[in-house]
Ligand binder design. Structure first.
Ligand SMILES: Cc1cc2nc3c(=O)[nH]c(=O)nc-3n(C[C@H](O)[C@H](O)[C@H](O)COP(=O)(O)O)c2cc1C
Length: 396
């Protein structure tokens, strides 16, 4: 039975364990480039034992960023910065993944800690946002007019996805996730809340999934068969008129036929006006992951509240998910996998750090006080409930 520390092979890529660092936008780029900050931040997580390390949503076009400070791979000149990062991640024993995305109607913003509001198109740091229909996100957050994309512009976007994938390959990424979630462009096409088109890209589920399937096809053409192609789907809007999880199961079945190797399930993010969202639940999406695996025979991952090692391990051991992704736990603790190995007692924790550090930590064995890390607790409840958290993660 696989556990958190069992390697995972998808296509020709093997992760040393089933712990991935989930993509997280860092708002630290200048002109979309990766820099020393990314090298430090991502290298630290790779050295901390993560099997798969994602930077953030990386934009396929300048106007596909969340803010002017967000990363991109829309220009050949950006490849070098990404290549430095992937080389470091690899050197530290992890696999480098990239999440390709476009923010659609939810771009042109200021960073969350500056209010996260949208900037008007005429602002020097803003731009004209676009989406499937001319429907702003609303809820007081993103009020500016949305340009409804023409079919010709949709085709250009698919070319941009493919060009970005080619650059990602050149930069040394070995795992590519398409960002089809969290209220960004692909999720907007998928959701009736944002997509009210009457052409072949709107209306029926088949039509709403078309943008996503064509983007996958465009990327699969340039992304080698030997490397994993995955996607994060906004699989439920938690709104009576939005995406339903049942629809998502059907669409993921289609994506599998289009070459998808693994599905990452998350929330739709197309409205703040949600009914009973599950994101505060411990192991929030694991039961749905199991449902998906049962219906579509495909490897599955998810994030959201898997930061308690026993919960993350249980999600793998039950067979419900194949890989866990950690967002905030990875921010909080770059050595989360080492800590988890100590907590679970199943794996030699210091095998997870670079060999030279491991040598010292294993052979000059220190107790808690000498290494500055508490001894594992003797017993822990299998499932830990969490207090309510802020809703500001809706569109990240
Ligand atoms: C600062 C921050 C930035 C994020 N940026 C992205 C992103 O670029 N792409 C994405 O798919 N999810 C993004 N997320 C969501 C995380 O990848 C993850 O799905 C979410 O935090 C839930 O996992 P957790 O409970 O382990 O934090 C972001 C989350 C945080 C905290």
């Amino acid at each position: 039975m696989a556990g958190l520390f069992t390697p995972l092979t998808i296509k020709d890529v093997t992760l040393r364990n089933r712990i991935g660092m989930s993509p997280m936008t860092m708002y630290r780029s200048v002109d979309g480039a990766m820099n020393d900050f990314h090298l430090m931040y991502l290298g630290a997580r790779a050295a901390g034992g993560f099997g798969l390390v994602f930077p953030e949503q990386v934009a396929i076009a300048p106007e596909g960023r969340t803010t002017v400070h967000c990363a991109g791979i829309y220009d050949d000149a950006q490849v070098e910065g990404h290549a430095r990062v992937t080389a470091m991640i690899k050197d530290m024993g992890a696999v480098a993944g990239i999440q390709l995305g476009h923010t659609g109607r939810n771009g042109s913003e200021v960073p969350p800690w500056e209010g996260g509001l949208q900037l008007p198109p005429e602002h020097p740091d803003g731009w004209q946002v676009s989406g499937p229909s001319n429907i702003p996100y609303g809820c007081g957050k993103r009020p500016y007019p949305v340009h409804a994309l023409s079919v010709a512009e949709i085709k250009t976007l698919h070319r941009q996805y493919a060009d970005a994938a080619r650059r990602a390959l050149d930069a040394g990424y070995e795992w590519l996730e398409m960002h089809f979630a969290h209220g960004y462009l692909a999720s907007e096409f998928f959701s009736p809340l944002a997509n009210q088109r009457t052409d072949e890209y709107g209306g029926s589920l088949e039509n709403r999934a078309r943008f996503l399937l064509e983007a996958l096809d465009a990327v699969r053409e340039v992304w080698p068969e030997r490397l994993p192609l995955t996607m994060r789907l906004g699989s439920d809007d938690f709104h009576p008129e939005g995406i339903t999880f049942e629809e998502s199961i059907t669409a993921i079945g289609w994506m599998k036929e289009h070459g998808l190797d693994l599905a990452d399930i998350s929330q739709g993010g197309n409205t703040d006006d949600m009914v009973n969202p599950i994101w505060n639940d411990p192991s929030a999406w694991v039961a749905r992951a199991a449902r998906l695996k049962d219906r579509v025979d495909i490897p599955v991952t998810t994030s959201w509240n898997l930061g308690i090692p026993a919960n993350a391990d249980a999600a793998i051991r039950s067979g419900d998910v194949d890989l866990v992704l950690l967002g905030r736990p990875a921010l909080a603790n770059p050595h989360w996998p080492v800590w988890a190995a100590r907590e679970l007692g199943t794996t030699e924790p210091f095998d997870l750090v670079p060999k030279d550090w491991g040598f010292w930590l294993q052979n000059f064995r220190g107790h808690g006080p000498s290494i500055g890390w508490p001894e594992p607790e003797v017993s822990r409840p299998a499932v830990v409930t969490l207090p309510q958290q802020g809703a500001h993660l809706q569109n990240v």
